[in-house]
Design a protein around this ligand. Structure first.
Ligand SMILES: [Zn+2]
Length: 426
């Protein structure tokens, strides 16, 4: 046994011992596993959770954290983000992704679903950081960003040649139905089928894109994706702010997961235009049987990557929108933020604490004032905790942080700040 976590509290309140052998949980139960452990962690006053799964992000965008907040979406993109992104080098994407990984390790995320450009640099950064991820190069039609299709084909070649580490997988990411032509959506669906890859795409984030889709294609965006073959692949659909009941009912028959991004959606006012309910309709998605996951979106629009904060916002939005305080109870929120994302991304052997699962585990420090006293661990994880309560982060059986320390953090921070200053001119 490589790692033993003794006397740790689980979400159901029980005290257990967790044994890790190689990169998997080999034991979890009331009895101490037999055999010596190379490394032992005392889990007294700790709450063990599966590592958080951030099911939609643009990791390197931490470089634009807080750069042009409180601006309208299009003005922010045109005046701030796009000009800065045009200056990004390979190294910038590497150090930006390293900083994002450091933040995720600090706040208890072990798996994330990334969409960005210059992807091989992100792969290198994720490998060096020790996290798990599915990466993708975003496709926008029109060619003004260069040969994005060529880059995607190259990525597939790298992936199939075994040049990615085991912890990193590839998906195909048409950016959104409003930035990608129907022909290019079909090209993505075919490519994903030919190479047995999942898909990640933005869907129905704002009312404007829904109205445009109906005008141009005669159907709402989810039905447009269905028509273009996207939904035939396991797909993560980021946002879903404006999905209606018919779309949610249709999606439930496909291997699709709606990835809710409450903070980003609130911050950018994506729900504007609807009088009563201007956000992702969790209650209906649940009633229709749609798999739901949770995410922060990029740090440029969130402004952090803290999944504990995201859980609280998701639950509060679901309660407020449904008028029902029992909607999205705490244990269900944790499930969405872990298993929901992992299953949606096809990583079905993480996102849960059970024997045989990948050893992706986080420990919360229950001696924190905000976590004392504790009546219900799930409630604490969702409503009381924040990412700063994470004491230990373990990914793939490796301890990436214990007691808040992350190896190499000083250099990562300095290099990322340097990159951010250069591309923003700040
Ligand atoms: Zn996004």
């Amino acid at each position: 046994m490589d790692l033993l976590i003794r006397d740790v509290t689980l979400l159901d309140g029980s005290i257990r011992h967790i044994g890790v052998t190689g990169n998997r949980i080999s034991d979890i139960g009331p009895d101490l596993p037999t055999g010596e452990a190379i490394h032992t962690i005392d889990g007294t006053d700790m709450l063990a959770l599966p590592g958080m799964v951030n099911a939609h992000t643009h990791a390197a965008m931490v470089l634009f954290r807080g750069y042009g907040d409180d601006m309208p979406l299009m003005q922010w993109l045109e005046e701030r983000i796009w000009p800065a992104e045009a200056k990004l080098t390979d190294d910038d994407v590497y150090w930006g992704t390293r900083l994002a990984c450091a933040e995720m390790i600090r706040t208890g995320t072990t798996l994330f679903n990334d969409m960005y450009w210059k992807v091989p640099n992100a792969v290198r950064a994720i490998d060096d950081a020790g996290l798990r991820a599915t990466v993708s190069g975003g496709l926008i039609s029109g060619g003004f960003l260069g040969d994005l299709k060529g880059e995607i084909v190259q990525l597939i070649e790298m992936y199939e040649a075994g040049e990615f580490p085991d912890r990193v997988r590839l998906s195909i990411a048409p950016h959104a139905p409003y930035t990608v032509t129907p022909e290019d959506l079909e090209w993505c669906a075919q490519l994903a089928t030919d190479h047995d890859l999942p898909i990640q795409i933005h869907l129905s984030e704002t009312l404007r894109e829904v109205e445009e889709c109906v005008e141009k294609h005669g159907v709402r965006p989810a039905f447009h994706l269905k028509r273009c073959g996207i939904l035939d692949r396991p797909t993560t659909l980021a946002h879903g702010t404006w999905l209606d009941r018919d779309e949610l009912a249709m999606l439930s028959a496909y291997p699709a997961t709606v990835v809710h991004n409450p903070v980003s959606n609130l911050k950018l006012s994506c729900g504007q235009g609807r009088e009563v309910r201007g956000w992702f309709d969790y209650a209906t998605a649940k009633a229709e049987g749609v798999n739901v996951a949770l995410a922060t979106d990029g740090a440029a629009s969130n402004t952090n990557l803290d999944m504990f904060e995201e859980m609280k916002f998701a639950s509060l939005m679901a309660k407020h929108a449904s008028g029902d305080p029992t909607c999205m109870p705490a244990a269900e929120t944790v499930d969405i933020a872990t298993r929901g994302g992992a299953d949606g991304m096809g990583w079905t052997d993480t996102g849960r604490l059970e024997a045989g699962a990948l050893a992706d585990i986080v420990l919360l420090d229950l001696t924190e004032p905000t976590l004392s006293p504790m009546h219900d661990p799930a409630s604490h994880a969702v409503y009381a905790a924040n990412g700063g309560c994470v004491h230990t982060t373990i990914c793939d059986g490796r301890v990436l942080m214990e007691g808040g320390e992350i190896e190499g953090y000083e250099e990562i921070r300095a290099r990322a700040i340097e990159a951010a200053r250069r591309v923003t001119g700040d």
